[in-house]
Ligand binder design. Structure first.
Ligand code: GAL
Length: 711
């Protein structure tokens, strides 16, 4: 018997040797060993963006034979090179860390991803190196990455015996590189009988990431209204509550584009009926038309588990998994018929009736660090399509997004969705990932990690300990992909009363009116930045460069930025440095060049660290010298008719042109060339040049101000 096992293992091992890479797209290489799984991220991805084919075909960064895939009795092991001075980032929306060297990471989907195990709302078997390449392991299995394993290599020399005795558990157990061995990245994929490895060449980090995002289908371009503020109502709100808040926000000129309804708009949740609860919302079509007339879009909360009373239940019965969640069916989204049924229902009942977006909740599996919070389907669940429970968990959020995004796409409508689980190759979905965790420092780090993995992240604002904590959170929300106030357990806007209980009792702070002013001021900043932000999203769509990103992406050779995860770039010209701790002060590292404080216009030298201060009603933001920053006069909401009146700030003596993107903001006509490029220039005086096929005009410049011209 033993002999047979050995022979079998040897045969499997043999299947692994001698693989060679094949170029599948310019600068993207694949190698496969063994029999790959049927259900993988690649299988369900969107088509490649054509802009990828305009990129030069960069050579494979890995030398021949330097990547090994072993298929053995346990599963697959992928073994990749790692150089001593190299930093590894990625693995999806990691929460607890940024640089991943010397860690064991398991990017598994999970709803409460603490403790830096790798668990995340958006797991990706993907990493990117500051040496200018990226790697995707095409698997939906629970996979462990060892980033810097200490193998006993053939040229291994034992450590010199001069180690001092260690007296703390932290010293003893913290992982670290060990001299004497040559570290590798090793990937353990139990259960797989084969796997593909994809390598995205650079030559620099940004190019590697662009290839990854364009391969996924290109970055997302949300509807223009998606860049405004989103306000989610308390779960048990009624139709008149929606009107109350809609009027309140407009009366106070607090910008808002989207109103989100939470579970109780339905007759049943949890699980979901997807049927309007007429006791709470007696007239949904009136709700849609009245709020639309006020410039709002409606977003409906749901999750994918189908309640027995739902009209979808009989239709999905034979197209769902073997286990229930909250007594609801788990649709087999890996089956195109199940996708179609789910999509068609949403189309007829909601999208065609004027619902603009959905929030896709609870698609991220229960807390796997706790045995008592076991609400989701088990890994042993089977599905008619043949996907297993483990793979379904890893792909569920992606497939759910694909299903609902497809409804809007079919109508040529752009949207902006929310989701609690995502994964690899997700860049084309105009969807922000959110979380129930609520640590501001993590939330800022997640902007950095999302930027390196083709994701949009939404650091939402809910309750707060105090004014300081609240407005620091608002500042982060204003400077991120989505500005969201999630009041799902708050009866009144959080700025009127930060404390959850007092808020629900209707006891407002004595500073409520002042807080309204501060919120309005911060949200007006957001609205002023929309033209600049929209241009960054257009770039994401066309070039694959993320709108929000860590410094290392733009300055990979600057050693000082390699570990910075509490600052992030918005485009190439704005640098956000939120304050996440008590007090109004922090240190900020400014990269090469000169930078201007957005609030005071003070100029600071780059290439060094500064101590800076920001008030609660300011933006923690720096502007790169040479930028022409168009700031729009704030508007309450963004409609296809919105014209932005721009006040351009010109920073420094020799500014670069700024490119804005002009289209209808709501359709995919831009894919057929119906858009304009609007170039803002400065040569002693300002100029605006418009080229393209769009007839309309969205930007008009009212003023130009030069800043720092005397220096
Ligand atoms: C969650 C979700 C919250 C809210 C809530 C409603 O757990 O993350 O944002 O939607 O469900 O029940």
């Amino acid at each position: 018997m033993r002999k047979i096992i050995l022979v079998w293992t040897w045969m499997l091992g043999l299947a692994a040797s001698g693989q060679t890479f094949r170029q599948i797209e310019p600068g993207i290489y694949i190698v496969t060993a063994g029999q790959e799984d049927a259900h993988t991220p690649l299988r369900y991805k969107e088509p490649v963006a054509k802009q990828l084919r305009e990129m030069p075909a960069e050579a494979n960064p890995f030398a021949k034979e330097s990547v090994h895939i072993e298929v053995n009795a346990r599963g697959c092991v992928v073994d990749l090179p790692l150089s001593a001075d190299e930093n590894i980032y990625g693995f999806g929306l990691q929460m607890g860390s940024f640089v991943q060297n010397n860690k064991k990471k398991r990017p598994l989907v999970n709803d409460h991803p603490l403790k830096d195990l790798g668990y995340t709302h958006a797991p990706q078997p993907f990493y990117i190196s500051n040496k200018g390449y990226a790697v995707l392991i095409n698997t939906a299995r629970y996979t462990t990455f060892y980033i810097g394993t200490n193998r006993k290599n053939t040229d291994y020399t034992p450590l010199p015996d001069n180690q001092k005795a260690k007296f703390s558990t932290d010293e003893l157990y913290r992982s670290s590189a060990q001299s004497g061995s040559k570290p590798r990245v090793q990937v353990d994929i139990p259960g797989a009988k084969g796997v593909s490895v994809l390598v995205f060449a650079g030559p620099d980090m940004n190019s590697a990431l662009r290839r990854y995002n364009l391969f996924a289908g290109g970055g997302s371009l949300p509807a223009l209204w998606g860049l405004g503020m989103k306000f989610r109502l308390k779960t048990d709100s009624k139709q008149e509550d929606a009107y109350r808040i809609a009027h309140y926000l407009r009366d106070k000129h607090i910008p808002c584009d989207v109103i989100g309804l939470e579970p109780k708009w339905q007759t049943r949740a949890y699980s979901c009926s997807y049927v309007w609860n007429n006791e709470m919302f007696p007239n949904p079509s009136e709700l849609i038309s009245r709020t639309r007339a006020m410039g709002y879009k409606l977003n409906l909360w749901e999750h994918a588990f189908v309640h027995p009373s739902s009209p979808l239940h009989p239709r999905l019965r034979s197209k769902s998994g073997s286990h229930l969640v909250w007594n609801g069916l788990v649709p087999d989204f890996a089956d195109s018929t199940a996708q179609r049924i789910f999509a068609a229902y949403h189309d007829t009942c909601f999208v065609q009736k004027g619902i603009a977006a959905f929030k896709m909740d609870e698609c991220d599996n229960s807390n796997i660090t706790r045995g008592d919070l076991n609400w989701s389907f088990p890994e042993l669940t089977t599905f008619p399509s043949g996907i297993d429970g483990e793979q379904m968990h890893q792909l569920f959020g992606l497939l759910y997004q694909k299903t609902l995004y497809g409804v809007f796409r079919k109508h040529g409508m752009r949207t902006c969705l929310d989701v609690r689980a995502s994964g690899a190759l997700a860049a084309p979905y105009p969807v922000s990932v959110y979380s129930d965790t609520y640590d501001l420092e993590d939330y800022v780090r997640m902007v950095c990690n999302a930027g390196l993995t083709g994701l949009l992240w939404s650091p939402e604002v809910r309750e707060s300990a105090d004014e300081e904590d609240f407005f620091r959170r608002v500042q982060v929300a204003v400077l991120s992909a989505q500005t969201l106030f999630n009041g799902w357990y708050l009866r009144y806007p959080a700025w009127l009363q930060f404390d959850k209980q007092l808020n629900n009792e209707g006891q407002f702070l004595s500073t409520a009116t002042k807080n309204e002013d501060t919120v309005r001021r911060l949200l007006n900043f957001r609205m002023s930045l929309v033209p600049y932000l929209y241009a960054q999203f257009a770039r994401y769509r066309m070039e694959g460069t993320p709108p929000f990103k860590p410094l290392v992406l733009n300055y990979p050779t600057d050693k000082a930025v390699a570990e910075i995860d509490n600052q992030f770039l918005i485009g190439d010209d704005l640098l956000a440095c939120p304050i996440v701790t008590k007090g109004n002060e922090r240190t900020v590292y400014l990269p090469e060049g000169r930078w201007y404080n957005f609030n005071t216009n003070e100029r600071l030298e780059g290439g060094r660290t500064h101590t800076v201060r920001f008030g609660l009603d300011e933006l923690p933001l720096f502007v790169r010298e040479g930028t022409i920053l168009p700031l729009s006069e704030p508007v309450d909401c963004l409609t296809p008719q919105t014209t932005f009146i721009l006040h351009c700030r010109v920073y420094g003596k020799q500014p670069r042109n700024t490119l804005l993107f002009e289209d209808d903001g709501v359709s995919y006509a831009f894919e057929n060339g119906i858009y304009n490029k609007v170039s803002l220039g400065w040569n002693g005086r300002g100029s605006l040049k418009r080229t393209g096929k769009l007839k309309g005009i969205r930007y008009r410049v009212k003023s130009w101000t030069q800043i720092g011209k005397e220096d």
